[in-house]
Write a protein that binds this ligand. Structure first.
Ligand SMILES: [Mn+2]
Length: 446
């Protein structure tokens, strides 16, 4: 069991890291709160609960009102809150390898943590003013006597966010498994597409093969047939038959121990236009080529630029655009066809924290002027996990306004009009940076 082997090591690494960061930021202890449930306006129903990232970093328990107390030099304390409730199941299953890492204090209400906190902190000779709180429910923190200035203190949160980019073996093992599960789903989805399934059918086939529920997905699956593939975060699932569909773009992941995978594949039917099939092949080659050039010490924006160079070449090679490479670059033509970043950090959050951080003090590395929306600007370093996901789409809302512009003169509109009903292409893998390159967590045999 890879998790049992690596989890203890993950926790001891976190203990060391937290001890350093707490010392640097002037706190003696920190309480991580998983969050509180909310109800919809004027309703007694609530959205699916998602525990906060800093809490899940320690403990894979996706439940409200749970807390972890970190005091350097001490075993981490888990305040396990199980209310006496008969409406919902409240039992929490804790793997032995998780339980072994904590001193567990069972409670019926989160407020019952207060006397325990006072006792634990007094043995450390630590007065409450030096207890930090990380979590959304700062009103609750105040009931514990935490000063507002110690709730989510910027310096502490920045340092922790920065550190979350470097994944431990346990975290990588979790993301690796989340990839394997998602790949089972992707295989089933491809078969459902080949059998003429609707977007709904393909989505259900994906969930079934992963053994997951919608609420357990790291993000809502994107299942776009034909022109819907051009909607970057297409959120609907048409029930109409896909028997005549030519293209499937599916962007879907899984979650294991709170860690996400995020994989996109684009499939075509045998009768699809040769030009589009060639584009898929070219994008596949671009994507694997980008993965192959990743090295520690490379700024992530360089990878993004390389993706745009590749897209420019593909646009020219396929006859979608004409003119010189220089003219296309000058007009930023590739951004019309790939209007998103080439990837993002991946972990507990699908778009993981710290993508634009220059250092642990929270200095920001702004995106390059030519790509202001790029989410990841960080230096690539060993043990980061991120996605590599170039895309090429025919998006009417971006392309149509160019029909009569100088830039538009470099576009072959007949080709664009022929390709628009086929939507677009995205190919996305998850990689872990090693000392010499990457481990591709997605291109594995299942
Ligand atoms: Mn992604």
């Amino acid at each position: 069991m890879p998790f049992a082997l690596h989890y203890a090591q993950h926790i001891s690494r976190l203990c060391e890291r937290y001890a350093e960061v707490l010392a640097d930021t002037g706190f003696d202890a920190v309480l991580l709160h998983s969050g509180s449930e909310r109800v919809y306006f004027a309703d007694d129903q609530h959205p699916p609960f998602k525990a906060s990232g800093h809490f899940l970093h320690w403990l894979p328990v996706n439940r409200p009102e749970q807390m972890v107390l970190i005091m350097p030099g001490e075993t981490p304390v888990y305040f396990q809150v199980i209310p006496p409730d008969f409406w919902y199941e409240q039992h929490i299953t804790l793997e032995d390898w998780v339980a072994a890492a904590f001193e567990r204090i069972p409670l019926q209400h989160s407020r019952d943590a207060l006397p325990h906190l006072q006792r634990l902190l007094s043995t450390k000779n630590t007065d409450k003013a030096h207890l930090a709180f990380i979590g959304e429910n700062t009103a609750f923190a105040e009931t514990l006597g935490v000063a507002p200035s110690a709730c989510n203190p910027t310096a502490l949160v920045n340092a922790l966010d920065y550190g979350r980019a470097y994944k431990s073996e346990y975290e990588v093992a979790s993301i690796r498994k989340a990839n394997r599960l998602a790949l089972q789903g992707h295989t089933a989805a491809r078969h459902a597409f080949e059998d003429g399934g609707s977007e709904y059918d393909i989505h259900m086939a994906y969930l079934q093969a992963c053994g997951m529920l919608d609420d357990e997905m790291p993000y809502p699956t994107i299942v776009g047939l034909d022109e819907k593939a051009a909607i970057l975060h297409y959120q609907n699932k048409r029930r109409s038959s896909g028997a005549d569909s030519q293209v499937l773009l599916i962007d879907a992941g899984c979650r294991v121990n709170a860690y996400c995978s995020d994989i996109t594949r684009t499939w075509t039917r045998p009768g699809t236009s040769e030009l589009f099939k060639n584009l898929v092949e070219a994008m596949e080659a671009l994507q694997t080529g980008l993965v192959a050039r990743i090295r520690p010490g490379m700024p992530y924006p360089d990878l993004h630029r390389a993706a745009h160079e590749g897209i420019t070449n593909i646009l020219l090679g396929a006859g979608i655009c004409r003119g010189s490479r220089e003219a296309l670059i000058e007009h930023k033509m590739s951004t019309l066809f790939m209007p998103h970043g080439v990837g993002h950090l991946l972990g507990i959050q699908v778009h993981d924290v710290g993508g634009r951080m220059k250092n642990a003090s929270g200095e920001i590395q702004p995106p390059p002027e030519d790509y202001p929306t790029l989410r990841t600007t960080r230096m690539i370093e060993t043990d980061q996990v991120f996605t590599v996901e170039p895309g090429l789409y025919f998006i009417p809302v971006l392309l149509n306004p160019e029909r009569n512009t100088a830039r538009g003169k470099l576009i072959d509109w007949e080709v664009v009009d022929a390709m628009t009903p086929l939507g677009g292409i995205r190919i996305e893998d998850n990689v872990r940076v090693t000392d010499t390159g990457v481990e591709n967590l997605t291109r594995v045999l299942i």
